[in-house]
Design a protein around this ligand. Sequence first.
Ligand code: SF4
Length: 226
Amino acid sequence: MSRRSEILEEMGLAPLWRSRKMPAPPEDREALVLKMSWQELKRAVPACTACGLHATRTQTVLGVGDERADWLLVGEAPGAEEDRLGEPFVGQAGRLLDNMLAALALRRGENVYIANVLKCRPPGNRNPESAEVAACTPFLRRQIALIQPKLIVAMGRFAAQTLLETDATIASLRGRVHRYAGVPLVVTYHPAYLLRNLPDKAKAWSDLVFAQRAMRDLQAGRAVPI
Ligand code: SF4
């Protein structure tokens, strides 16, 4: 089997290619992912076996929401409930996130898209490994290119450090507008962390107010400070 055929099998796209419903893809997996349509992504992610997490997942969690949203919220990886239900940010942390969105007059699914860096749950909610992140981030990159959000909110240390390719702390990254693939990005705490550290809720709130101000500038076509 050629490398291209292996990649297509790994991504669940072999039947589409054989039936000539998609053009011959490049042989490089990342290049293939970065050309996908939403339909192809939704087929490829559930079939993906590119890292070891496929063996322990119940199902993949691609993301949820408005596929042309101005707001893109990115967390770390699915937890137990997300793995069971196939949707990101459900359970207690999800309810907190929904409340935070409501305080900004936003709702999940309306001009908001929510995703994680990893699409499969690490067993026991352990930290993602670098090989897993490397295998999975092309999917997120493609989601960002398709959504074309005005602003990304990276929630939690892992999402922030992965997207910004840094090991800086959340504390040092908050309160500034960064860039990911040219898209403005702000950093805040993960809702699951806030459930365990209630005093930091006030900081998360100020991050969201900061993000909202940046979004107003972006929607009005004004430059945001970097
Ligand atoms: Fe594929 Fe990402 Fe799941 Fe790994 S975590 S199997 S790369 S979808």
